[in-house]
Design a protein around this ligand. Sequence first.
Ligand SMILES: *[C@@H]1O[C@H](CO)[C@@H](O)[C@H](O)[C@H]1NC(C)=O
Ligand SMILES: *[C@@H]1O[C@H](CO)[C@@H](O)[C@H](O)[C@H]1NC(C)=O
Ligand SMILES: *[C@@H]1O[C@H](CO)[C@@H](O)[C@H](O)[C@H]1NC(C)=O
Ligand SMILES: *[C@@H]1O[C@H](CO)[C@@H](O)[C@H](O)[C@H]1NC(C)=O
Ligand SMILES: *[C@@H]1O[C@H](CO)[C@@H](O)[C@H](O)[C@H]1NC(C)=O
Ligand SMILES: *[C@@H]1O[C@H](CO)[C@@H](O)[C@H](O)[C@H]1NC(C)=O
Length: 374
Amino acid sequence: FFTFLFFLALNAQSHIILGEASVHVTDGCARIHNEFITNQKTNFSYIDVKDCYESYPFDKAVASKTIDTLTDLIGGFYSFLDKAKELPQPGYDFRPMDLIAELNLFRNKSYATLYDFTIDIKHLFNDLKDAHTTFISNCFETFVFYTNMTFYSVVDDGKQKIKVFNDTIDRSNIDCEVTHIDGQQAFQIIYEYANKSVYWSRDLGVRFNIALDHAHAKKSFAIRYEIPEKPDITYTLKCDNTNEFNVIRNWNAFTISSILDKFNDSKSYFDNICNPIKESKQPVSFNPKHRKITKIIDNANGILAKQDQSVTTIRIVNQFVEFYKVKDFGVVKIITEQPNTLTTDETIAIFPKVIQGFKELANAGIKKVISNLV
Ligand SMILES: *[C@@H]1O[C@H](CO)[C@@H](O)[C@H](O)[C@H]1NC(C)=O
Ligand SMILES: *[C@@H]1O[C@H](CO)[C@@H](O)[C@H](O)[C@H]1NC(C)=O
Ligand SMILES: *[C@@H]1O[C@H](CO)[C@@H](O)[C@H](O)[C@H]1NC(C)=O
Ligand SMILES: *[C@@H]1O[C@H](CO)[C@@H](O)[C@H](O)[C@H]1NC(C)=O
Ligand SMILES: *[C@@H]1O[C@H](CO)[C@@H](O)[C@H](O)[C@H]1NC(C)=O
Ligand SMILES: *[C@@H]1O[C@H](CO)[C@@H](O)[C@H](O)[C@H]1NC(C)=O
């Protein structure tokens, strides 16, 4: 589910002065447009997207206006300002913060580009680890970086391992163990990513599961909206009893043609993607077409059931709650606490099915249940 307490768009158009150079080939947005027109491509190189995103210089006046807006909004409407200052309860992992004070620190910071500034603020909001509070700019949510490989985690020989869930480029990699990512322990890399970059829960264990989730594409280790640190990533794989080997993958940036239709260079990208308010009152990210980007990536719902023969499906209450049996315990996967595709009457009508699911778990001899709100 997506419920944003705040939706904040940078409205900075009038302050950006684009140099002459931006319309030539140095303009990543123009290169993207050319690829789209000449080769009908909807996937692009890392460097083209990076250059496009980074083509807008940092402007202190815009930054200052943004911080004013944020401190006003947060100060006036964020109910958890005091809660955010408290130390985590045992079992939770996040840093306590004085959000307003931290926002004010941005007044004296300087950046090379608007992208750097925006992402740094986004990271501050991510640190709250509050699933309902984020900072999004229309400008930098256009492309999804993906290496066509997804992952899962299992405990094998008493050790928690990372494995390849799917690889559409080389299917022989599926189910191989990923021992290292860029030369470091794969588990550690994903665990750190979960701690730092996933913000949907205050519980690090939940964040780790989310980092490996394919059903909610926006937040996993494999599928990124921010520009990854470098153009490629090296996975060290070990398949059955073979020796370890390296797979080097580029981060390709995917999008959809209805977005690519909107720009041909960085100026038009800014006018039509970053600051579309003058065109229609609706910010781009709320546009259902834009949401389709996440659907580009395989929607692998029901992973749990498909992946492992030892999992028995007890009952699926569509789009709401799923019940499984694994060995002697039950798994209750709660897709949402409020199925927004249903009317109130329909929601009331499916509760008996949910109760039935719990009864069926009990009838199957289940005494312990793991419940997971996904
Ligand atoms: C990118 O698009 C081209 C043309 O549509 C396609 O041939 C290629 O496989 C795509 N690359 C990836 C990594 O999907
Ligand atoms: C910003 O810098 C000015 C002078 O350099 C200083 O007076 C002010 O206290 C600083 N503000 C913050 C929030 O750090
Ligand atoms: C892996 O990806 C391919 C291509 O998108 C898809 O057909 C297949 O069902 C996926 N496998 C799993 C296990 O999701
Ligand atoms: C998670 O990140 C926080 C800081 O944001 C840090 O204090 C904590 O040590 C990290 N936890 C782990 C297990 O790395
Ligand atoms: C880009 O599109 C605008 C209209 O949106 C048009 O006026 C301009 O000529 C186009 N530029 C190029 C290089 O195609
Ligand atoms: C990579 O994944 C994208 C998104 O699912 C898909 O459209 C594309 O065909 C895949 N590319 C290859 C080469 O498998």
